[in-house]
Design a protein. Structure first.
Length: 116
């Protein structure tokens, strides 16, 4: 099974990016999908999560109102729309699929850098 993130890059403060994470090798629609991030020198934190096969998403307080997680089960892809980006959002962003007894999968990460 694989998760592949794309869409990271360098953006100025106040800018936007959309991350994508495409799955293969497992039944995507049955997995809770989430985005985590890890800033330099810090632990990995949960940013947003969306239930399987769909439902109300949850967010960490620091991104509420700025980030939106969504999923397209037909495309086996989860997205993270990030608006009003700030330097403190700089991190490596990872997607995770959580399948309960089926196990968990992680992507390789994509770098997001917010800087002028």
């Amino acid at each position: 099974a694989h998760l592949v993130e794309t869409g990271g890059g360098l953006v100025q403060p106040g800018g936007s990016l959309t991350l994508s994470c495409t799955a293969s090798g497992f039944t995507f629609s049955t997995y809770v999908m989430s985005w985590y991030r890890q800033a330099p020198g810090k632990g990995r934190e949960l940013v947003a999560a969306i239930p399987a096969p769909a439902g109300i998403a949850t967010y960490t307080n620091s991104v509420k109102g700025r980030f939106t997680i969504s999923r397209d089960n037909a495309k086996k892809t989860v997205y993270l729309q990030m608006n009003s980006l700030q330097p403190e959002d700089t991190a490596v962003y990872y997607c995770k699929g959580s399948g309960g007894i089926q196990g968990d999968y992680w992507g390789q990460g994509t770098q997001v850098t917010v800087s002028s």
